[in-house]
Ligand binder design. Structure first.
Ligand code: FAD
Length: 385
């Protein structure tokens, strides 16, 4: 049976982030790593946006970045100065090509295409079955979705679903220096919905319609919302669609196993998608960086949580509020951005604020609705425990 010191099962965002970060560790050891994915990962299957203060290891793959953001709703028109943060965009195709190049230059990393059929542990070893062949390893890092039975009596399950068009306009329509983080001037049916706009030039931008709700919409509803926004808010009639993306991100407070003996879960599979916003990229980076730091320190990849536990409660409360529809996402985010410094909000959404800073933010929000959501959520947990 073939043995690797580490097997990374799933070579998407988190698998590749870990593999690239491990290169510094591999310099100090003679360990062998296998990275396996069922697809070849060449297509531009998504676009990642995130904010950060300092350039990180994937800076060379950043396609565009903005120092200024806007937030709009029918009642709010905020220009957000986010310095020292920058809002960044990475196209998946660039990320896959960049990571492929870095990894293929290292002879301690093998990349294969194959379907992971099973991952299991026995005594002090882990095993991965790939296309019928079993490999042994010291540790498996898996970003392959975990199958989990839903518990709607106890937890909330929403979907963040979206469709985005990269459009080229005849006339200059966009401000290339300013991205629109959220614009609630859009169809608000069937859940919280907003548009974001990532301008690539004065004539080119990714315009994405995003909805938080229990179910996806029929295809024509995304099309109608995008067409309406482009026509009415961007005042643009003459454009062509250069690229399209569609996607679904789970938003839930159902906890996922982050590690199990010699299996360590990464990315969305490990619960690193923020339950209340769907942002995942930065959490993946923090998690994989922490694993490698631990490997360098002790040779052991087990780490403790990357965010304080109280952020799970905040996310669950916000999710509860969104799913109960007692307050709309528009009301919540409008208040948040109108009454707070945007830098503090970004820090809060990154799970990096102090308790005192969080109290400052909570004082500006709809206290009664949040308190009720917290109470309802706690009662749900008590009743089903
Ligand atoms: C369209 C889209 C846009 C997104 N945009 C953002 C964003 O802007 N900002 C943000 O923070 N987050 C965003 N996310 C959320 C999150 O960052 C991404 O989903 C991210 O790719 C999650 O990384 P991951 O490694 O967990 O999963 P993935 O990147 O999906 O990687 C999992 C890998 O496992 C492989 N795999 C699955 N099953 C098997 C198997 N049986 N055998 C072998 N391989 C297998 C898959 O092929 C895949 O490559 C977005 C998600 C989507 C879907």
């Amino acid at each position: 049976m073939k043995h690797f010191d580490y097997i990374i099962a799933g070579g998407g965002c988190s698998g590749r982030s870990l593999a690239v970060r491990m290169l510094s560790y591999l310099k100090t050891s003679n360990k062998q790593v296998l990275l396996v994915d069922k697809v070849s990962k060449k297509e531009n299957d998504k676009t990642w946006c995130f904010w950060e203060k300092h350039p990180d290891v994937f800076e060379p793959a950043v396609y565009r970045k903005w120092n200024h953001l806007s937030f709009f709703s029918p009642a709010v028109n905020e220009q957000l100065n986010i310095c020292p943060y920058q809002y960044k965009m990475i196209r998946a195709a660039d990320f896959y090509a960049h990571t492929e190049q870095q990894l293929s230059e290292n002879n301690q990393v093998s990349i294969i295409q194959g379907n992971v059929e099973k991952i299991y542990t026995e005594k002090e070893q882990a095993f991965v079955v790939i296309d019928g062949e079993t490999f042994s390893t010291d540790y498996v890092f898996s970003s392959i979705p975990q199958i989990q039975e839903k518990r709607p009596d106890r937890y909330q399950y929403l979907l963040q679903h979206f469709e985005g068009w990269t459009i080229e306009t005849k006339l200059p329509v966009f401000d290339p220096d300013r991205a629109i983080l959220m614009d609630f001037n859009t169809v608000q049916q069937g859940g919280t919905s907003f548009i974001y706009v990532l301008p690539l030039s004065a004539n080119l931008a990714l315009v994405e319609y995003t909805v938080f709700s229990e179910n996806e919409l029929p295809a024509e509803r995304y099309t109608a919302a995008l067409k309406q926004y482009i026509r009415e808010q961007l005042n643009c009639q003459d454009y062509c669609i250069k690229e399209q993306e569609k996607g679904v991100i789970p938003m839930s407070d159902h906890p996922l196993k982050q590690q199990e003996n010699r299996i360590i879960y990464l990315g969305t599979a490990g619960g690193f998608t923020k339950g209340s916003t769907g942002y995942t990229f930065r959490f993946i980076q923090k998690h994989t960086a922490a694993i490698v730091e631990q490997l360098l320190k002790s040779g052991n990849p087990h780490i403790s949580a990357i965010s304080p536990k109280r952020f799970d409660t905040y996310d669950a409360t916000l999710l509860h509020l969104l799913s109960s529809r007692r307050l709309s996402g528009e009301e919540i985010f409008s208040t948040m951005f109108k009454k707070n410094n945007p830098v503090q909000i970004l820090k809060f959404l990154d799970n990096e604020t102090t308790l005192m800073e969080e109290i400052q933010i909570f004082r500006t929000l709809q206290k009664k609705a949040f308190a009720l959501a917290l109470l309802n959520r706690s009662l749900k947990l008590i009743k089903t425990s």
